[in-house]
Design a protein around this ligand. Structure first.
Ligand code: TYD
Length: 112
């Protein structure tokens, strides 16, 4: 797991945050999670690298040896395939954007 800070260009018109050369993979899939409740995740992957950005609200990410709250849209969490992760304590307004290196395949998941 790695946390990176996304460059943000702020001026009187607002904030523009860029996700470009900081990602260690080519994006093949994008999904976002809204209205989350309870616990999500609870798995790691065989091949997929992911980048998580909490666009709104906050979320707690549990890793094997770490607990990280994402609550800033300039923060990007890079999860390597072997990084088991579980997500909970979502704020009601939470929007979690996920960029993934692979197309979706159930065969790429290793669940508890
Ligand atoms: P799931 O993997 O259970 O979500 P989480 O890891 O957040 O707990 O996915 C929920 C459903 O969405 C499940 O039926 C599979 C489907 N899904 C896709 O079709 N494509 C995707 O890219 C993802 C991530 C999930």
């Amino acid at each position: 797991m790695k946390l990176i800070e996304l460059p943000t260009h702020s001026d009187a018109r607002g904030d523009l945050t860029v996700i470009e050369s900081c990602l260690p993979f080519m994006i093949r899939r994008v999904f976002f999670i809204t209205k989350p409740v309870g616990v999500r995740g609870g798995h790691y992957h065989i091949k997929t690298v992911q980048a998580l950005i909490c666009l709104q609200g906050s979320i707690l990410i549990e890793l094997r040896d770490d607990l990280v709250r994402l609550d800033d849209k300039r923060q990007c969490m890079i999860l390597q395939p072997s990084d088991w992760h579980s997500m909970y304590e979502f704020s009601e307004d939470c929007i979690l954007l996920v960029l993934a290196s692979e197309h979706y395949s159930e065969n790429d998941y290793v669940r508890d």
